[in-house]
Design a protein around this ligand. Sequence first.
Ligand SMILES: Nc1ncnc2c1ncn2[C@@H]1O[C@H](COP(=O)(O)OP(=O)(O)OP(=O)(O)O)[C@@H](O)[C@H]1O
Ligand SMILES: [Mg+2]
Length: 459
Amino acid sequence: MSRLPLSALLVDDDEDFRSSLAMLVARDGFAVREAGSLAEARARLEEAPADLVLADLLLPDGEGLDLLRDADPERVGELILITGNASVESAVSALRQGVLDYFTKPVDRVRLKSILANVARTRSLKEEVRSLRTELRELGRFGAMVGRSPVMQRVYDLVERVAPTEAGVMISGESGTGKELVAETIHRLSRRRERPFVAVNAGALAPGIVESELFGHERGAFTGAERTRRGLFEGADGGTLFLDEVTEMPAELQVKLLRALESGSLQRVGSSETIAVDVRVLAATNRDPEQAVKQGLLREDLFYRLNVFPIAMPPLRERGDDIELLAGHFLAAVNEREATEKHWSPAALRRLRALTWPGNVRELKNLVERAAIMADDVIGEDLVPCAAGAVSPAGEEIRVRVGTPLADSERRLILATLAQTGGDKRRAAEILGISVKTIYNRLSVYEAAATPAGREGDR
Ligand SMILES: Nc1ncnc2c1ncn2[C@@H]1O[C@H](COP(=O)(O)OP(=O)(O)OP(=O)(O)O)[C@@H](O)[C@H]1O
Ligand SMILES: [Mg+2]
């Protein structure tokens, strides 16, 4: 990172200790200032803010922690506490109040070095998030997310706040609102960004294999387990695990998941060996999470763990001008890919605004792709369905002759409904009054039937 050196303020009444610490911190590239008391520290911070304040827990005129409470928060970048061995416990409680870290006297140089490196990382993350924010104001986007409506700005604020932390996040919202995109953005703005982002769709996995998919298995754990395999959870070590459709996860597995999160370790199926894993979990659901808890779909203890930080994605129909912005964004992507220069007619854009978008951003994206293929230069209103037309669930129809086998009619109905929802399985399941799992099961049957060689293994 090429920027001015980070600045540090050391606050301790023990002068000898302070100057030896100053040497160590300066050696790591910080511009160092010193203070012998809280009052002096406040005066120094008034003169100029500090990226990092290292303060003794107990000072002649108060506690180091007071700086976090009384001093101008803008002027205290990160606070790290120094403590004698006896007071480690109070230092730990300080962590919960927003202190970045703490260390004990005498200074362990290796630990100090890693803490200081962490400060630089945290500061640069926060800086990046801040510059994303400026970008947002100018262009109406935040990372890969497009939109400048007030409801989306609120989402960006939440993402900005939670990304650099280790907190669990529960992202809720209708299908196609961008829940996975938000999860990816949080990961990209977190300390874990260099490590994997692993997405698991609990609804799409067959109940029998979810556990081994998630936690891995030992060779011979069950019939067919020919080799030892790492699970997705282990694969996300050091990174982020995105649990999509978390309410579809079997209850016993929710218990195991919670245990793994709380202990920071897991056991593969068929093994008693404990493996340490360091994973941050982000979860998503199309349901109202609290309702899902009441219905017994989501375990309450897991809910509390994930719901440390809830983010509710607004439906597209509540995002006003974002519809045009997104339509332009998706068309620009098509133009780029196809080397074309197609554009929207004003009437077509007006029509987009009038639709209700049950499939949200995904539906809009699909519509843009289709319309761009059909249009020559200008995308006219004829390529956008009317507000009361094909997009509403009651729109299209399929004809079935009396005497058609039930399985055939069912197949056509399911596929037609999926086509109408833009491939959104949850929404199709809702319309048809069946479970999402049934949709997945049917689709795998249709897929197998379409493969000439027949079934290629149970999936
Ligand atoms: N604000 C946005 N800006 C640009 N693209 C978006 C935005 N929101 C969603 N998308 C795009 O729309 C599509 C659907 O988004 P995503 O898969 O994140 O939705 P989802 O809420 O997870 O849907 P589901 O509930 O069906 O899983 C993706 O292609 C995504 O990149
Ligand atoms: Mg999704």
